[in-house]
Design a protein around this ligand. Structure first.
Ligand SMILES: Nc1ncnc2c1ncn2[C@@H]1O[C@H](COP(=O)(O)OP(=O)(O)OP(=O)(O)O)[C@@H](O)[C@H]1O
Ligand SMILES: [Mg+2]
Length: 382
């Protein structure tokens, strides 16, 4: 139960006490609001007194008469606007000239409650105002959170891009100062490491490109019948240089009805990332099994490996941006920690879910489930 403060500024005592009486036992509920709203009514007989209470009590809702003995209602409204208070204002007036109405509207009054009003009319207005106030506050909160998340993302990103640059710069300086001697062969490990860091940086930039594509470039026209068998083969080909190096064996288990109505890029991103992880975090000589299955109401893609696995604590952060599991087994494996966060975003565009089951040192299974009913309802933005 949340309580909103309503300030009534009106020189007629009957109006003020009427509002207090009507709202005393009134509450508003709305399906998407977490809690019921009730009201505490504060009263002011003049604009001057109203401003004093506004400064002191910071009400949530202001019911404002325009014709007041001292300063007028519109001037109180101007004050609220100037101070940038988070207050929803409705004018209560017996008659309002068009000029006053327009000015009040310009200054942010969202409703006009004509006097005299019935309890039902007042309750209907208060209900609308409460919803508006709730939405305003929720939107503001989401914007602030969005800014925070973007800031965190950018600071981690700059760090991730700066680290390899610093490393390569260090190695180049070492060569410039001939720290290990005059022969180029003395520097081969520095050169190898520099190349590795540059490759890591390139992968991060490629991930970032995927990330922005997924976030901003959604186009309904790109949707088509996507052949999962083809995409699974493509993912295997893409990762094959690395897979051959680690002697990884692939099993493809693609069941009937493999086509899905989608943007092929999206499913390429899903498969490429899951298959590349299954190879990267596998043991030498391990197996990767790619399964695509189709039930009446859902598509299921799963990628299983026989690799290092992870424990439940490690699993918890897996889908967040830049999150990498740090232990002895992953120390020498490169990556940006963006892959699975991108996969999760793509899966959610299709109203799907991604799950992981894993046993340390035995392996992991990543399963993506996409409901079939989503095909006409793919989100075009995140
Ligand atoms: N199949 C897997 N087996 C074990 N651990 C895994 C597996 N897949 C992912 N992980 C763990 O989850 C972390 C996050 O994976 P993610 O794909 O997001 O990033 P990454 O592989 O580190 O980098 P990249 O952005 O290049 O994909 C990895 O660093 C790894 O620790
Ligand atoms: Mg990865």
């Amino acid at each position: 139960m949340a309580q909103l403060k309503v300030l009534v500024v009106d020189d007629e005592p009957g109006i003020r006490s009427g509002v207090a009486r009507i709202l005393r036992s009134f509450h508003v509920t709305y399906p998407f609001m977490d809690e019921n709203y009730t009201y505490e009514v504060l009263e002011a007989a003049t604009g001057e007194e109203g401003i004093e209470i506004i400064d002191r009590e910071k009400p949530d809702i202001l019911l404002l008469d325009n014709k007041l003995p001292g300063i007028q209602g519109v001037e109180v409204l101007e004050y609220v606007k100037k101070k940038n208070y988070d207050i929803v204002v409705a004018m209560i007036t017996s008659y309002a000239s068009l000029d006053v109405a327009l000015k009040a509207h310009d200054d942010g009054a969202i409703d006009f409650i004509p006097k005299p009003f019935t309890p039902q009319e007042l309750k209907a207005s208060i209900e609308q105002i409460t919803k508006q106030q709730y939405l305003r506050r929720i939107t503001h909160k989401l914007k602030v959170e969005g800014k925070k998340v973007r800031f965190q993302f950018l600071s981690v990103l700059s760090h991730e891009l700066k680290a390899p640059l610093n490393a390569v710069e260090g190695y180049l300086q070492m060569m410039q100062e001939r720290q290990m001697g005059d022969s180029i062969s003395e520097y081969s490990s520095a050169i190898d490491r520099s190349l590795q860091r540059i490759e890591g940086m390139r992968n991060l930039i490629m991930d970032l490109l995927d990330f922005t594509k997924v976030s901003f470039e959604r186009q309904v026209e790109k949707l088509q019948d996507v052949d999962m068998k083809e995409l699974a083969s493509l993912a295997v080909v893409t990762v094959s240089p690395y897979a051959i190096h680690k002697d990884i064996h692939f099993i493809k288990n693609i069941k009937a009805c493999e086509k899905i109505w989608a943007d092929p890029n999206d499913f390429e991103i899903i498969l490429n990332n899951l298959v590349s992880n299954a190879v990267k975090y596998n043991r030498t000589g391990g197996t990767v099994t790619i399964t695509v299955d189709c039930k009446d109401d859902e598509f299921i893609i799963s990628v299983e490996d026989t690799g290092i696995g992870m424990n439940p604590d490690e699993r918890a952060m897996l889908f967040e941006e830049f999150s990498r599991i740090k232990n002895d087994k992953t120390r020498n494996i490169g990556g940006s920690g963006l892959g699975l966060s991108i996969v999760k975003k793509v899966v959610e565009l299709y109203h799907g879910v991604i799950n992981v089951e894993s046993i340390p040192d035995k392996g992991s299974v990543f399963t993506v489930i996409i409901p079939r009913i989503q095909v006409t309802n793919i989100k075009t933005e995140l």
